[in-house]
Design a protein around this ligand. Structure first.
Ligand code: PEP
Ligand code: MN
Length: 286
């Protein structure tokens, strides 16, 4: 893997590179700002399961202090089989998310996996999520670039910071400056089945902030894959100066249709959200 060279900043990352210490993009989503020094919490189920459930989750995460709702209607699942247990509601799920936004006022972050569906997903979403597996799907990046809606760009688990910023450059190059970067853990030979499916690259947060003006958030759910590690990693993200988190929340986590091992229940999320606010207050003078 290559490091970012000064020539990259000049020639390959013209739009993504930070020009000076004050150069900072603030992405506006439904009246909320990401990247202005505050800490944004984007919370919700891994997959949208039903209208009632997504509304209930939206109400709870909002009460706990989340500023946006997450939820997948299109899921990058390892195997092609979909069922009630491994769920993907497609456009119906997008309608449920839009209804949850209507009820709570929370903007919606949801994944788009297919360049041909960008228009459709953008009709419902406030932020288009590019999943880790699609980080270098260049036609998809071009399409969300042309669309202009805010994009949440996850880092692929096998890619360097240079590759990640290169993917962001595609979106900016196609006319869309509203990109939020999201670290979600990298795969390495030392990852273990139980204690670390992926390794959160916490240091990449300040590193990315050094090289780019784009906001950088952390997903402590998909990186750790285990509930007991989610809060510690979220606290680390807040302490290291990330611009926010993207986190799975479900009322009965072990029954979640997708990723049941990592979601937090309402009370755990609520307690964590308070800790994250306290951490940000504690470091606000640093
Ligand atoms: C997700 O956030 O729902 C997801 C599938 O994440 P990732 O692309 O990081 O695996
Ligand atoms: Mn998931």
């Amino acid at each position: 893997m290559k490091d970012i060279a000064p020539e990259d900043l000049q020639n390959n990352l013209k739009l993504t590179a930070r020009k000076d210490p004050t150069h900072q993009t603030v992405v506006e989503v439904g009246g909320h700002s990401v990247g202005d020094g505050g800490f944004t919490m984007i919370a919700g189920p891994c997959a949208v399961e039903s209208l009632d459930l997504v509304i209930e989750i939206a109400e709870h995460v909002k009460a706990a202090g989340a500023q946006m709702l997450r939820g997948g209607a299109f899921k990058p699942l390892t195997f092609p089989y979909r069922s009630e247990k491994m769920m993907e509601l497609g456009e119906e799920g997008l309608r449920y998310l839009a209804e949850a936004r209507e009820r709570t006022g929370l903007p919606v972050v949801t994944e788009v996996m297919d360049a041909r569906k960008v228009d459709m997903v953008a009709d419902y979403a406030d932020v288009l999520q590019i999943g880790s597996r699609n980080m270098q799907n260049f036609p998809l990046l071009e399409e969300v670039g042309r669309k202009g809606k805010p994009v949440l760009l996850k880092r692929h688990f096998g890619c360097s910071l240079r590759d990640w910023l290169g993917a962001a450059e595609y979106i900016l190059y196609n006319g869309n400056p509203n990109v939020i970067l999201c670290e979600r853990g990298i795969a390495a030979p030392h990852t273990h089945q139980v204690v670390s499916r992926f390794i959160i690259d916490i240091q990449v947060v300040p590193a990315a902030q050094e090289y780019t003006h784009l906001p950088v958030i952390v997903d402590p759910s998909h990186s750790t894959f285990r509930r007991r590690y989610v809060a510690p990693v979220a606290r680390a993200a807040a302490a290291i100066g990330a611009d926010g988190i993207l986190i799975d929340v479900h009322p009965t986590p072990e029954q979640a249709a997708v990723d049941p091992l990592q979601a937090l229940d309402y009370s755990s999320f609520s307690a964590l959200a308070q800790q994250l606010r306290d951490i940000r207050l504690a470091i606000s003078d640093i």
